[in-house]
Ligand binder design. Structure first.
Ligand SMILES: Nc1nc2c(ncn2[C@@H]2O[C@H](COP(=O)(O)OP(=O)(O)OP(=O)(O)O)[C@@H](O)[C@H]2O)c(=O)[nH]1
Ligand SMILES: [Mg+2]
Length: 359
């Protein structure tokens, strides 16, 4: 899963990236345009399984975070996000929108004042404009072809796109609309930014704003489908990494922060995409995989390898808690908790799957 960091200039994107990177991240070769952090998702269930299966290799779920170097800046058109960044964001699974909430006279805000709700609206409207451009271009092309007398191969596409155009013009993000699975698939091909899940990361500085209580303009701005809001004092958390775990814990309590930033961020990302984890033990490797909740066994097989999805026969399933209760795979088998499931079985969080497939 790939998350793209985006936001106004100096909102704290790179600070968040360093926070991710330095805690449990692993460097990927970084190009001139982008830095990538691969974050291994900590999961105590892996430790239990490792003790049981004694694998030579253990691979946790990895989430990927991209920090783009092409600077956001005010352009002659008035737009802030550069075309290069927009293009890169389109290939992401979800967007992590960093919103400045910290006050610091040494770091000027491009708009002169700190106003998170305004900045959310600014970025959201840039995404709407960028999507509108894509939708209009496609509509134009289809209409041109029709004028030339070419046969309309997908009459429904024009209708769908015109519907989207109307909504985008009214400022409605695509993720707020409902589509048939077929329409949804078709739209995904356009990689629209407003269709992607958004996690707004409120970079709060030392004083965390109250997100509880009656909804204010900030929460209002986040009222969309597949949209979440997380307050994260990125710079403070980064500085806390210099402390011992005990000192950090005390400091965190003083600030009223429930958990380390990385844990909260991973949880928020999992929730945003509705992810669950399943496990496989193949040969010497124990591995955790993330898939959207509600996925079938066949889809799960596809995340491991496309051949497994194509040649899927059955999945051997044992839920982790049942395995824990049995104590071993052999006992689980004896107690009949190990089941054979077909392609439509809905994978549950914590399932250990063995895929049987033909090649
Ligand atoms: N006081 C304070 N400064 C912060 C905080 N977060 C980030 N900064 C500072 O703000 C400046 C910009 O932060 P970056 O993380 O580089 O922001 P960015 O969004 O990556 O900026 P660009 O990539 O240039 O658009 C840096 O000097 C940070 O140290 C914060 O919570 N409090
Ligand atoms: Mg940066």
């Amino acid at each position: 899963m790939r998350f793209g960091l985006v936001g106004l200039p100096a909102s704290g994107k790179t600070t968040v990236f360093h926070l991710l990177h330095r805690v449990k991240g692993e460097a990927r070769p970084t190009s001139a345009e982008v830095a990538i952090a691969q974050i291994k998702v900590p999961d105590p269930r892996l430790d239990f399984l490792a003790a049981l299966f004694k694998p030579k290799k253990m691979t946790p779920v990895a989430l990927e975070y991209h920090d783009f170097h092409a600077p956001a800046k005010a352009m002659p058109s008035g737009a802030i996000l550069t075309p290069q960044v927009l293009v890169q964001l389109r290939t992401m699974d979800a967007l992590l929108v960093v919103i400045r909430a910290f006050e610091d006279a040494r770091v000027p805000h491009m708009k002169g004042t700190v106003d998170p709700a305004r900045d959310i609206a600014l970025i959201a409207s840039e995404f709407v404009m960028a999507d509108l451009e894509i939708v209009e271009k496609r509509i134009g092309r289809i209409e041109e072809n029709l004028k030339k007398g070419k046969k309309d191969e997908n009459p429904k596409e024009l209708e769908l796109l015109k519907g989207c155009r109307g909504q985008l013009e009214a400022g409605v993000p695509i993720r707020d609309l409902s589509f048939s699975p077929e329409e949804d698939r078709r739209l995904r091909g356009f990689q629209l930014l407003t269709q992607k899940p958004h996690l707004y990361l409120l970079n709060t500085g030392e004083t965390a704003p109250q997100l509880q209580g009656p909804p204010g303009p900030l929460q209002e701005a986040c009222r969309h489908n597949a949209t979440a809001l997380l307050a994260l004092p990125a710079k403070v958390e980064l500085e806390m990494m210099e402390l011992s775990p005990e000192e950090a814990e005390v400091f965190r309590k003083e600030l009223g922060l429930p958990e380390p930033a990385l844990d909260r961020l991973i949880k928020a990302c999992y929730e945003l995409l509705g992810l669950i984890t399943f496990f496989t033990v193949v040969g010497d490797e124990l591995r955790a995989w993330a898939i959207p909740r509600g996925s079938t066994a066949q889809k799960a097989a596809g995340t491991i390898h496309s051949d497994m999805e194509k040649g899927f026969i059955k999945a051997e399933v044992v839920p982790l808690d049942a395995l824990q209760a049995s104590g071993s795979m052999a006992e689980a088998r004896r107690h009949g908790v190990l089941r054979l499931e077909g392609k439509d079985y809905i994978v549950q969080d914590g399932d250990i799957l063995t895929i049987r497939f033909s090649t």
